[in-house]
Design a protein around this ligand. Structure first.
Ligand SMILES: C[S@@+](CC[C@H](N)C(=O)[O-])C[C@H]1O[C@@H](n2cnc3c(N)ncnc32)[C@H](O)[C@@H]1O
Length: 294
């Protein structure tokens, strides 16, 4: 299943890529946004694509091998400034960050991102990462597990779910997604298990993924580097998918605005249209914020 780019028209409108521009797509994935940006920056433009996941990177490398305007790097956007320097991209016209994971991760990666598939609990974006979801669930202290469920999952049954995990792992290690789903199910009340907008396992799975990939720290790091890689008048567009990410982006942009480094172009975050949500339900929680460097 191919990942459908979210808020594509809005990203193009705000980044406004023109022929000859240098644009950084720091979350390249399958290149859904990048392909359209590429059409706008030809001729003479360049696109630097960064993707942390080696499988996705290798696929993209092959798919875009004939496109001379694209430079692809298999790296963590946490090192944005270094990557940009190494590729002579300082003074870029635009940066796009489309946070989180792609549909491919849920559907095809086989790394346990989805509670709908019975897979080993891994959840790493990169095999270089040492921490897996399995390790958190089976080895971390109860208070550490409860903390991430509360902070990264905003899970109201964090304590109960943690107790259920600790009970279950005493009997046998929890190594698969379906085992974990059962453990969560045993911990939460019946009304919480019934069909609601969110599945009862959503928040626990989100919390684990964020912790495994250190997603919020990485986001804080990369945002700090935006003014260093963009030219004056250059723009950064960030798409977030949950309130924790959006809060960090909002706060960072506010500070840049206050210190006179950037101007906020989206007073309120841009949400997908009804039509986009109907076509691509995954876009439902997306929020786009954009700044322009002064
Ligand atoms: C939502 S997808 C991007 C989809 C892309 N814009 C498209 O339309 O095809 C996010 C991508 O960012 C990658 N990613 C997550 N954390 C990253 C990091 N720290 N550095 C680089 N890439 C990262 C994920 O592996 C995933 O492929």
């Amino acid at each position: 299943m191919r990942h459908i780019p979210v808020l594509l028209n809005e990203v193009l409108e705000y980044l406004d890529p023109k022929p000859g521009d240098k644009i950084i797509d720091a979350t390249f994935s399958g290149g859904g946004h990048a392909e359209k940006i590429l059409e706008k920056i030809k001729p003479n433009g360049k696109l630097l694509g960064i993707e942390i996941d080696t499988e996705l990177f290798n696929e993209a490398k092959e798919r875009f091998s004939k496109i001379k305007e694209i430079i692809l790097v298999n790296a963590d956007y946490r090192d944005l400034e270094k990557i940009v320097k190494e590729n002579n991209f300082i003074g870029a016209d635009g940066v796009l960050l489309d946070l989180g994971l792609s549909s491919w991760h849920f559907e095809e990666s086989k790394r346990g991102f989805s509670f709908r598939k019975d897979e080993l609990l891994d959840m790493r974006f990169t095999q270089n990462g040492e921490l897996t979801a399995r390790e958190i669930i089976n080895q971390w202290l109860p208070e550490e597990i409860e903390k991430i469920l509360k902070e990264y999952g905003e899970e109201k049954f964090a304590r109960k779910i943690t107790e259920s995990i600790i009970d279950a792992r005493k009997k046998k290690p929890i190594i698969t997604t379906f085992q974990l789903v059962d453990v969560i199910k045993n911990a939460v009340p019946f009304w919480y298990q019934k069909k609601r907008r969110l599945n009862f396992a959503t928040k626990t799975f989100q919390a684990l993924r964020i912790a495994v990939n250190d997603e919020l720290e990485n986001l804080k790091f990369v945002l700090k580097q935006l003014p260093k890689v963009l030219k004056r008048g250059g723009r950064a567009a960030v798409i977030s998918f949950h309130s924790l990410e959006d809060r960090i982006v909002k706060q960072d942009f506010k500070e840049l605005n206050k210190s006179g480094i950037a101007h906020i172009l989206t007073k309120k975050p841009i949400n997908p249209s009804e039509e986009e949500i109907a076509e691509n339900p995954r876009s439902r929680s997306a929020k786009l914020r954009v700044i322009e460097i002064l």
